[in-house]
Design a binder for this molecule. Structure first.
Ligand code: B3K
Ligand code: ZN
Length: 876
């Protein structure tokens, strides 16, 4: 809580630190009602610093016990203790500072710093959590080696972990024991980690490319120990992939992952000791869906890849967050593409980007990939920094090509190993290694907003010349009225009237990347015998909105012929999106309109196309999600979006009922569960078919879903069936209740499965009413201290177009009240929960006013956290 109005911090004000910390020795004496931290820091002046005589260490929520310099305890007038800092006047260049302080992990509900989750101690220090543990130069450009000794009761906390290698251990009197860990690699404090608990582990080994043996361990509470194998397999795959694709090898003797239940996000890449939300580690066929299996694989990889892109080479300051996050998301997404279906991975990533990131870029929190200011850095772990940041790296990859990109990454890692650097250093390494000029390209880091590419074309039959004119613009965003043109790689192919890609040059290339750099540019293609149909922005080669006047026929043609699976899917999305938008407009006028036959036929074609990759087919058969439709709306009408999408789905289902049924039957052969690409594609397609069948709104179809629920041996099929029944328009209340209680009885001991039980109800247009959500909050399995539970229930409700936006804005006020309640306990969580309200300006007038009112009620609370303060104030 702040005493005065929170202030913004600016990138332009960055200054190097006045002091360095070369060595950090920590001793944690853990007790049931407090922890005593002794920190011994080897500090020296930074000769390049401002030469400030005071050492200013950050520290919050702690009780200072003593301060000593070079072995002499300081008197009280030799230092000053502020609200969030310790100031010590210094008279020497180099010294050893010893600080003792007490903290209360048991009372720490923010899940930042040192806290307790299910009886175990754990930490989360990124971005600024270390200052809740002890006084420190808690900034990423101060890199130090760490040694950590943990002392605790042996019976309660038999396992004591920290970063690095385990070097010494011993027993003490009265049942206590200790372990000492040493991390030889310099790191900033945000990568510090500690765990103490009664945990079991599975162990494996990995031999690195240079022949070093590494022990791999995954820790969890004993009742979950059988659910760690998939994470272990994923870890070994990641280690191998990073060696093969980037030449990066692991560096410590041991790599550990610990699963904890109470965690604010997915996982954290602490050096050698990754701490994970249990939902991103634990899986068994009976308890985890395919999507969960894939998410675990991707997150394990992401955190592991950080060992180089983040830990060995880290960020100079938090404005550079995308340096590690954008690059690491790009790396994990390429890894997932290699492990699974490349086409589907791209489709999933872009669908998410276009829904969430484009919305962020068009909203009040819009910021560049490298923000210029922030009030609370925790608010900037955003889809812009992560996903758009990854797109920026992907564009560099396509501009340089595979080989030069690898040269660039090699140079980057070699040049900056052990350093805290900037996005500029990354781009420079890419430039130096490839010789490619990226000067204009750098605007992607500094300009916010989603560029719009408007493409028009003309064909001159006499000369056989086809011209493409590309105009780019970028809407104004907060603090950035005018934008300079971006350097945009536009990958394209030109299709002839049989769908074949035409050769674009004398080498016979059928695909080309245009370097679009001007506000308006025309590109000519010669010797074309007929007017081609352009396949633009293939593979989504840049994070832009593409406008080209495709006719319905064009889109249907692309759906059938484009060899780029992303564009094939995109054509399908465009066709469906246009139709849903028309239905929304008709519903708004009070008219009834039948969904377009051409769209229905096109979907039938996709369904029947046996040459189509099964995984891509499932994506093509998935109608644009409600959130994606909302993102493209001028004035969001939530209830109508829900109705219109349902109407299209029902029309497609009715027209192709027997094909869906037939395919579902064919794919319903029971076989042992394997989380592998082909099997996942089969299950997904089968469940898409079931979804259409249930949408038909007949009892027989509901019965088929129930049959699948009963028969399924794996969570993917069982949960899909449950979810279709719960979401169905056809409401057979007794049997839905029976299914939900069956699910509850089967899985009540598994917290992660129960999250799904809460969220399927909160997200259902029928069940997910405010009063039902409120009653679920009283359920004995609802843990109000668990971010997973809140996200599952309240997060799902806030995404529910029918439920959340229904009524007189009561859902909005409910969310606002919850944000206020949680702001004092866990500000990061409160600030995330608040997000749906920040988009109020995009909604139709009635919702808009009510959402605004709810936001205003938050802004009136006197002592908001910096997290919530920043989001509310920027949104209003
Ligand atoms: N680096 C962490 C995120 C930390 C979020 C702090 N509020 C996980 C990741 O991106 O790998
Ligand atoms: Zn990350």
């Amino acid at each position: 809580m702040k005493e005065s109005q929170p202030k913004a911090i600016f990138l332009k004000d960055y200054q190097a630190p006045d002091y360095w910390i070369d060595k950090t020795n920590l001793v944690f004496d853990l007790h049931e009602d407090y922890a005593l931290v002794t920190s011994t820091l080897h500090i020296r002046q930074n000769e390049q610093g401002e030469g400030h005589p005071d050492l200013v260490l950050s520290g919050v929520d702690m009780e200072l016990v003593s301060v000593a310099i070079d072995g002499r305890k300081l008197a009280e007038d030799e230092f000053r203790e502020g609200q969030s800092e310790l100031v010590i006047p210094i008279d020497r260049d180099q010294f050893i500072l010893e600080v003792k302080n007490r903290i209360k992990p048991q009372e720490n509900t923010s899940l930042e710093g040192l806290y307790k989750s299910n009886g175990m101690f754990c930490t989360q220090c990124e971005a600024e959590g270390f200052r809740k543990i002890t006084y420190y130069l808690d900034r990423p450009d101060v890199m130090s080696t760490f040694s950590t000794q943990i002392i605790a009761d042996k019976a309660r906390y038999p396992v004591l972990l920290a970063n690095g290698n385990d070097v010494e251990r011993g027993e003490l009197d009265n049942g206590r024991h200790w372990v000492k860990w040493e991390d030889p690699f310099k790191k900033p404090s945000y990568l510090f980690a500690l765990v103490a608990g009664d945990l079991e582990s599975i162990e494996d080994r990995y031999t690195t490319m240079s022949g070093r043996e590494v022990t791999l361990r995954i820790f969890t509470e004993s009742h979950n120990i059988h659910k760690c194998d998939h994470a272990m397999v994923s870890l070994k795959k990641s280690m191998k992939w990073d060696e093969e694709v980037y030449g990066r090898e692991y560096d410590l003797d041991i790599f550990m992952i610990v699963a904890v239940d109470h965690f604010n996000m997915g996982a954290m890449e602490n050096k050698g000791l990754n701490i994970f939300n249990s939902s991103c580690v634990l899986a068994s066929p009976e308890t985890a869906t395919d999507a969960r299996y894939q998410r675990i694989e991707a997150i394990v990889a992401h955190e592991y890849f950080h060992n180089w892109s983040g830990n060995r080479v880290t960020c100079r300051d938090w404005f550079q967050l995308s340096l590690k996050e954008g690059f690491t998301v790009f790396r994990d997404s390429e890894f997932s593409a290699d492990m699974n279906s490349r086409g589907v991975k791209r489709i999933e990533d872009v669908a998410m980007l276009r829904t969430a990131q484009f919305a962020e870029d068009a909203g009040p929190m819009s910021h560049p990939v490298r923000p210029e200011s922030y009030i609370e850095i925790s608010n900037f772990y955003t889809v812009t920094v992560y996903e758009k940041g990854a797109e920026v790296v992907r564009m560099i990859h396509s501009l340089l090509g595979e080989k030069d990109f690898r040269k660039g990454s090699d140079l980057y890692f070699k040049r900056h190993d052990g350093q805290a650097v900037t996005c500029e250093d990354f781009v420079k390494a890419m430039e130096d290694a490839s010789g490619k000029d990226l000067s204009q390209f750098r605007l992607w880091y500094s300009q916010s907003g989603t560029p719009v590419l408007h493409v028009s074309d003309a064909y001159d039959k006499a000369s056989g010349t086809y011209s493409l004119t590309i105009e780019q613009s970028c809407p104004a965003t907060p603090g950035q009225e005018n934008k300079a043109p971006f350097h945009i790689p536009v990958k394209l192919a030109l299709l002839d009237n049989s769908g074949k890609a035409l050769s674009l040059n004398e080498h016979g290339d059928v695909e080309q990347v245009l370097d679009v750099k001007q506000a308006k540019e025309t590109f000519l293609f010669n010797n074309l015998p007929e007017k081609p149909l352009p396949s633009l922005l293939r593979g989504f080669s840049a994070p832009v909105r593409l406008e080209y006047a495709y006719s319905k026929d064009d889109l249907v043609f692309l759906m059938q012929h484009d060899s780029d699976s992303f564009n094939r899917w995109d054509a399908c999305q465009r066709l469906a999106m246009a139709e849903i938008n028309q239905l929304v407009a008709a519903l708004a006028r009070g008219e009834s309109k039948e969904p377009d036959q051409q769209l229905i036929d096109a979907f039938g074609h996709v369904l029947a196309d046996s040459t189509l990759d099964m995984a891509v087919k499932t994506e093509m058969l998935t109608l644009p999600f409600e959130a994606a439709i909302a993102e493209q709306s001028e004035s969001i009408q939530p209830g109508l979006i829900h109705k219109a999408r349902k109407q299209v789905k029902q029309a497609i289902a009715a027209a192709h009922q027997s094909q869906f049924h037939q395919l579902w039957k064919e794919l319903s052969q029971e076989k042992p569960y394997r989380p592998e690409a082909r099997d996942i594609a089969e299950r997904t397609l089968k469940n898409i078919c079931l979804g259409y069948m249930v949408a038909l709104n007949h009892k027989e179809m509901m019965d088929l879903a129930k049959e699948q629920y009963d028969r399924s041996g794996n969570m993917t099929d069982r949960f899909a069936a449950l979810s279709y029944v719960v979401n169905a328009e056809y409401q057979d209340k007794p049997s839905i209740d029976a299914l939900l209680s069956d699910f509850l009885n089967r899985y009540q001991d598994d917290a992660n499965v129960m999250d799904q039980w809460f969220s399927v109800q909160a997200g259902s247009p029928q069940m997910g009413t405010l009063s039902h959500v409120q009653s679920l909050m009283e359920h004995k399995l609802f843990d109000a201290t668990s971010p997973n539970k809140l996200r599952a229930l309240v997060g799902a409700f806030a995404q529910n177009m029918a439920g959340f936006h229904d009524s007189e804005g009561e859902g909005y006020q409910f969310l606002a009240d919850l944000v206020i309640e949680y702001d004092c306990k866990n500000p990061q969580l409160a600030s995330r929960l608040l997000q749906p309200l920040t988009r109020w300006k995009k909604y139709e007038p009635q919702s808009r006013e009510l959402m605004k009112k709810a936001l205003e009620s938050i802004s009136k609370v006197p002592e908001l956290s910096t997290d919530v303060f920043e989001v509310v104030n920027k949104s209003l």
